[in-house]
Design a protein around this ligand. Structure first.
Ligand code: SF4
Length: 441
């Protein structure tokens, strides 16, 4: 005998009772999966298991257990609504007897308050008290139409995708958003008054850091940013966008520069190191993230922004306002060629602001054809990280790069971790343009 779709012989048909319990078991299995996933989400299972993020954890579970990843997120959202958001008109909470099919239309709404309001409305107005998915879909649509018409409600929270009260989006979460949601996130007026962070005293030429994007995939062994992220960021080092930080340049008060007489201090108070916990131009970074950061830079000409990338060829694809310094990092010799080509392109594009080269850490002796495309060369060693020990470059590597910098009339700056035992007064600390602090060695 042939079944409907498969060429399988049916040996012993189920009884009605068996078929009914088979159906219930399948329904309960999917419900159970949602409940388990949501419990893991609420109780941070991913962190304990060593995943970089909740998204990574679900993706891995989906692969190993054979369920669809998107379906996994849908089930989590369903459980969240069922257990923690929806309250039946009779006050019942959590709401029982509601299926994922019924709650799915609510995902078109941005806030939990809207979801609750529309849900209760749908329950009250359901024909014959049957709250079908299509009735909920219609109620959502009516709500959206009315809202659009009146245009009075201002959204005050970030659109909810998979988590409550989110103010950051990992790369994988971002890629799952619709274009509309991405646009809404980028254009939202964030209430959070984010500000710059002060840098440590060793960086006198940039007193502020700003990280609207964190996380990096370059995977440098010596990376200390990865160690910091592992300790302090819930999303670990996964590339992540923090849109509420885009307003930090406007929220941070620029010190009164007229009251600062020391030129280095004046420069440092105005300089902001951008994305010290990421590579803004990493090839995985969505172009909208980069554009939103550059837009914020353009809007805040009171600050000077220091951009630094290990992927300078992509940096060369954008155009820049006057209030930036563009830089690239070279650690090994194989990075030299792309740094040269990218900065030749940047200069040829008409950018006449400051271009800098950071060789921190210098992991090999570096030989350039020319450093003419750079104004400033910073050299340093490697501080210890969880994966690598501290490293100081041999003296002849330093002298070699120093000579190349001098041949190209670059200013030079030695970081504190470059030469063991060198005091601040002995270190070469020159700055670009007219600002210089003389060393007395
Ligand atoms: S480029 Fe910078 S942030 Fe990225 S891994 Fe390397 S050291 Fe870390």
């Amino acid at each position: 005998m042939r079944s409907d779709n498969l060429d399988i012989e049916i040996i012993e048909p189920m009884t009605e009772t068996e078929a009914r319990s088979w159906k219930v078991e399948i329904e309960t299995t999917s419900q159970k999966l949602g409940q388990l996933l949501y419990e893991g989400y609420k109780r941070d299972a991913w962190r304990v298991l060593g995943y970089g993020s909740w998204t990574q954890c679900v993706t891995d579970l989906a692969e190993s257990s054979g369920f669809n990843r998107v379906r996994g997120f849908q089930l989590v959202e369903h459980e969240r609504l069922k257990q923690d958001v929806l309250i039946a008109p009779n006050g019942e909470k959590p709401v029982t007897n509601v299926t994922e099919f019924q709650t799915r239309p609510l995902s078109k709404l941005k806030t939990d308050n809207e979801k609750l309001e529309v849900w209760q409305d749908a329950v009250k107005t359901a024909p014959n008290e049957k709250v079908t998915a299509s009735h909920i879909t219609n109620t959502v649509k009516e709500y959206q139409d009315t809202k659009k018409q009146s245009d009075t409600e201002t959204l005050s929270t970030i659109p909810i995708v998979t988590q409550k009260d989110k103010d950051y989006f990992t790369l994988s979460e971002w890629n799952e958003l619709s274009k509309d949601d991405q646009t809404s996130i980028l254009t939202q007026d964030y209430q959070l008054k984010s500000k710059f962070n002060p840098t440590n005293d060793n960086i006198e030429w940039a007193k502020w850091s700003w990280n609207p994007i964190t996380g990096c995939l370059h995977n440098c062994a010596y990376c200390y940013a990865r160690d910091i992220a592992a300790r302090f960021f819930p999303q670990n080092f996964e590339p992540t966008f923090l849109p509420s930080r885009l307003n930090a340049p406007g929220n941070t008060k620029l010190p009164d520069l007229t009251k600062i007489s020391d030129p280095t201090e004046k420069m440092g108070q105005q300089n902001v190191f951008v994305c010290s916990m990421a590579d803004l131009f990493g090839k995985w970074v969505p172009v909208e993230w980069i554009n939103s950061v550059l837009e914020s830079i353009r809007r805040n000409s009171q600050w000077n922004f220091l951009l630094l990338s290990k992927f300078p060829s992509r940096m060369a694809d954008f155009s820049y306002p006057d209030n930036v310094w563009l830089g690239t990092s070279c650690d090994y010799q194989h990075t030299v060629k792309r740094a040269e080509s990218a900065f030749i392109k940047i200069k040829e594009s008409g950018f006449d602001g400051m271009c800098w080269l950071s060789c921190e850490p210098m992991m090999e002796s570096l030989q350039f054809n020319s450093l003419n495309m750079f104004d400033w060369v910073v050299m340093g060693g490697a501080s210890s990280s969880t994966k690598t020990p501290e490293f100081k470059p041999p003296f002849d590597w330093i002298v070699n790069l120093y000579s190349q910098a001098r041949d190209s009339d670059c200013q030079v700056y030695f970081k504190t971790n470059l030469i063991p035992g060198m005091t601040d007064n002995q270190r070469i600390r020159e700055y670009p343009f007219e600002i210089k602090v003389r060393h007395d060695s």
